[in-house]
Ligand binder design. Structure first.
Ligand SMILES: *[C@@H]1O[C@H](CO)[C@@H](O)[C@H](O)[C@H]1NC(C)=O
Ligand SMILES: *[C@@H]1O[C@H](CO)[C@@H](O)[C@H](O)[C@H]1NC(C)=O
Length: 450
């Protein structure tokens, strides 16, 4: 009985042992498998990290080096312009920037803006001639051009003021006129910017004919155009004639960061990319220039515009109408991008005169004090404040030594001078006595010490 029990017991023990071993093996297997898959996972992770790393590396190097990959659409002419070209270009330093005249349009009631324009003109050596803006509602029905029912009164007034500017050119003996609106800002180095533009215009790629002898002598910007856009709000390229784009380096171009996004896009569509942005300007055929904030016209241009935008009627607001004529090829125009004039905005609401008289400066926030313009490297309006900055009382202190009090009589002054003289003699005497005393003391010390 006892042995049977013990037999049975040892049998049970054996089978338990076997089971335990089996369990142990299974566990070991599982651990081994786990180790193996851990290694695989680590390898996979490393592979993923490497793959991601190389994607990042490739992207970064593409971004960094793509600038170098974009060539300009044509090799720039790096030769220094001939002396005759430079001499003619230097006329841009004169009071009308090398144009025959400069007119600015301003509603008669905007004396605040006229103040600003005259101030800018005086500070930067530019002669701006005021041409009064026109209230569209005051134009007699009989004087309105064909199809002008399209236009709202402010648009009609705007049209009239520009036609008046074109007429001002015809009535003058100018060959060219720069027309500006009264809220423009420009770069403080405007004369240099126009001088450089002139050297480029004198041998640009857009001209269909070589400059005439007269142009070579007297026309800093040539006369082969009707309108030259230097202050458009936007433009698009004529995709079919990108071969006519002329690109040049200008040290006064705003950085890419300071350039209005639209113009960055426009420059890219003209073939300027990467690091060339913020360095180059482009002269291109004007194709869709919006705004009439700043443009030059030639005499021929003024004639064509008055013919097509007055004599024969109009078809839309003036800038849209000019765009149609440009695209139809009835007039020839160039655009400079980034443009050389930009709108000066006072903060708050848009300070536009197209809506009439409703707002004054205080309602517009802090007016010119916090005004701004985009796409300018050195805003002339901001720089002007620095140029006129004066610290009179500090300067007086620096320049002059202390002066006698002007409220004293000559006698009192003489008395005071005498006192000062006496005090100085006294001071000298005391100093001499003291030196003497020190010497004596030194001698006594020597004797004692020795
Ligand atoms: C500036 O130069 C242009 C181009 O030579 C000239 O037509 C214009 O009269 C000059 N302006 C002044 C104020 O001398
Ligand atoms: C500015 O130009 C106008 C128009 O040509 C002229 O009448 C005026 O004398 C000029 N002013 C100065 C200061 O040169």
């Amino acid at each position: 009985m006892n042995s049977r029990v013990s037999e049975k017991f040892s049998g049970l023990l054996d089978s338990a042992n076997v089971r335990y071993r089996k369990l142990e093996w299974t566990a070991r297997d599982a651990v081994a498998q786990l180790n193996w898959s851990r290694r695989r996972m680590a390898a996979t992770c490393v592979a993923i990290v490497l793959a991601l790393g190389s994607i990042v590396f490739l992207t970064v190097s593409y971004v960094l080096f793509s600038d170098l990959v974009h060539p300009l659409p044509y090799a720039m002419d790096k030769t220094t312009p001939a002396p005759a070209i430079k001499r003619l270009a230097s006329r841009a330093q004169n009071e009308t920037l090398g144009f025959g005249g400069i007119a600015y349009l301003s509603m008669p009631y905007r004396s605040d803006r006229q103040d600003a324009m005259e101030l800018l003109g005086s500070v930067y050596g530019i002669n701006f001639t005021y041409i009064p803006g026109v209230d569209g509602a005051a134009i007699a029905d009989k004087a309105k051009p064909l199809h002008s029912y399209w236009l709202r009164p402010p648009e009609l007034g705007c049209w009239r003021a520009h036609v008046d500017a074109w007429r001002y050119l015809l009535e003058s003996d100018f060959e060219t006129l720069l027309v500006l609106e009264d809220d423009v800002d420009f770069d403080a180095n405007i004369h240099d910017i126009f001088e450089l533009l002139s050297t480029q215009m004198q041998h640009n790629r857009i001209r269909t004919t070589p400059p005439t002898e007269h142009e070579k002598k007297a026309a800093p910007y040539g006369l082969d155009w009707d309108v030259l856009y230097v202050g458009q709000c936007s433009d698009r390229s004529n995709e079919d004639r990108l071969d006519l784009v002329h690109i040049y380096e200008d040290p006064n171009v705003p950085s890419r960061h300071d350039t209005f996004d639209h113009f960055v896009g426009q420059l890219q569509s003209l073939g300027i990319h990467g690091r060339n942005l913020g360095k180059m300007r482009a002269i291109a055929p004007a194709w869709s220039p919006v705004c009439t904030m700043g443009y030059a016209i030639t005499r021929k241009g003024a004639e064509r515009l008055i013919l097509d935008l007055s004599y024969r009627g109009i078809t839309a607001a003036i800038d849209i109408d000019i765009i149609r004529k440009l695209q139809q090829g009835i007039i020839r125009g160039y655009s400079i991008t980034p443009p050389l004039f930009s709108a000066w905005r006072v903060d708050g609401a848009k300070d536009s005169d197209n809506q009439g008289l409703e707002k004054d400066q205080s309602e517009l926030g802090s007016g010119n004090r916090r005004g701004y313009s985009h796409s300018m490297k050195t805003s002339a309006r901001k720089e002007m404040v620095k140029i006129l900055d004066l610290h009179n009382w500090d300067d007086v202190g620096h320049v002059f030594p202390e002066r006698p009090n002007p409220t004293m009589t000559a006698e009192q002054e003489a008395e005071e001078e005498e006192e000062v003289r006496k005090a100085e003699i006294e001071k000298k005497e005391i100093e001499e006595a003291w030196t003497k005393r020190k010497l004596e003391m030194a001698k006594t010390m020597e004797q004692w010490g020795g």
